[in-house]
Design a protein. Structure first.
Length: 155
């Protein structure tokens, strides 16, 4: 049986990520592993930002990061406020990067034993055009990945 000491739960705060919460909570509770929450801000990695003045970009990055930190704190409080009483620790970080690459880097940095993430359940042309962070993580991860599909219909 695999022994889990550190779990990485990557979230984009979407419905798919929310559905993965219960799996992350249960695994952390059953194993006593530390649960590390990660949110990667991917919008800022776009090449088009070169056309925007540096001071505007810096202000934008600070604001986006501040909001993401607030969102992460709210996410942690909403879903993991009782973690200590359930016997596991929760830590978190917000980074700016390219999604799957930063998830894998974070997993390596914290020596995660398992990555947990929700998926959007995209199919067909939408998947081809938008891509899938979860799929890339699964394909390139040297450690096991638990994906939880969002089966709720989208508008």
């Amino acid at each position: 049986m695999a022994e889990y000491q550190t779990l990485l739960f990557a979230t984009d705060f979407s419905e798919g990520a929310t559905q993965a919460v219960e799996h992350a909570r249960k695994l952390a509770r059953l194993t006593g592993a530390r649960l590390h929450l990660l949110h990667v801000i991917t919008e800022l990695a776009d090449k088009r930002r070169r056309r925007i003045p540096a001071d505007v970009i810096d202000t934008f990055i600070r604001e986006i990061t501040r909001h993401a930190e607030e969102d992460m704190q709210s996410f942690k409080e909403k879903y993991f406020a009782d973690a200590e009483s359930l016997g596991f620790e929760v830590t978190y970080e917000v980074s700016i990067g390219t999604g799957h690459e930063d998830i894998l880097k974070a997993a390596e940095a914290i020596q995660a034993d398992l990555i947990i993430l929700g998926t959007h359940g995209r199919t067909g042309i939408e998947k081809v055009l938008v891509g899938s962070t979860a799929e890339r993580v699964v394909r390139h991860s040297p450690i096991p990945v638990l994906t939880v599909r969002n089966d709720k219909p989208r508008d």
